[in-house]
Write a protein that binds this ligand. Structure first.
Ligand SMILES: [Zn+2]
Length: 238
């Protein structure tokens, strides 16, 4: 069984979920709980990491050894594939690009920092700029031609481009795969994202860097949980 969480998941100690982002999961050990309830081996992962795993296995990241998948929804997170393998960092929480602070004097984020990418470009910013009630509604209105919604999506794309320029300078990925429900707006998001990225990335890191929409859409994270379960069931033999 594979299971995803929209927040940092520690790789050790039963796969605990970071209570800063998901306070309802404090002191819960999801791997132990799932195994006890369902009687089968379980693995858990962060949703963006699962998106990276599925897009690199079956989707827009096939054949890429260095890849970042960015989930753009109410929250913003990235999953990294380096040298062909998912990269979780020391404790399994790498890729939290939504909580990179781009404006230290900005609004307080739910993580405790100020001016995080998620504050500037995430779901709450989309609702405030568009006047809509849900991220899904902003996406549908933007696709239907509503100017305020399209402009809000564009602002999200611009802020993402700035942050992803930093990521590209650090890691020199070959491809950035943009997923999450906001990615359904296609070029309304990706156009401003590419323009801002071009202004914030070193030429050497930009060379050969693709920015593409995910191919697996809303199924990316759940298919990543399937990929995680398959890895658990059929470990790679030496
Ligand atoms: Zn934050």
């Amino acid at each position: 069984m594979g299971c995803g969480f929209p927040g940092p998941v520690r790789a050790t100690g039963g796969g605990g979920v970071d209570p800063t982002i998901l306070p309802g999961w404090r002191d819960v050990r999801p791997v132990e709980r799932l195994e006890a309830v369902f009687g089968t081996a379980a693995a858990v992962g962060n949703d963006a990491n699962l998106g990276a795993l599925s897009e690199s296995t079956w989707g827009a990241g096939r054949g890429c050894s260095e890849l970042a998948y960015v989930k753009v929804a109410t929250g913003i997170g990235a999953g990294l594939v380096l040298r062909g393998e998912p990269f979780g960092g020391y404790a399994g929480t790498a890729g939290e690009i939504g909580h990179v602070s781009l404006d230290p004097g900005g609004r307080r984020c739910r993580c405790g920092s100020r001016g995080c990418l998620e504050v500037l470009a995430g779901g709450q910013a989309l609702l405030a700029r568009s006047g809509r009630a849900s991220v899904r509604e902003v996406v549908h209105a933007a696709l239907a031609g509503d100017e305020a919604s399209a402009a809000a999506i564009g602002r999200t794309g611009s802020w993402l481009g700035v942050a992803l320029g930093g990521l590209a300078n650090l890691l020199n990925p070959q491809r950035l795969v943009i997923g999450g429900e906001v990615a359904a707006t296609g070029e309304l998001l990706l156009g401003p994202l590419r323009a801002a990225l071009a202004g914030s990335v070193l030429g050497s890191a930009a060379a050969g860097l693709d920015v593409v929409a995910g191919e697996l859409g809303e199924r990316a994270e759940v298919m990543g949980a399937v990929a995680l379960a398959l890895r658990l069931a059929r470990p790679v033999l030496p």
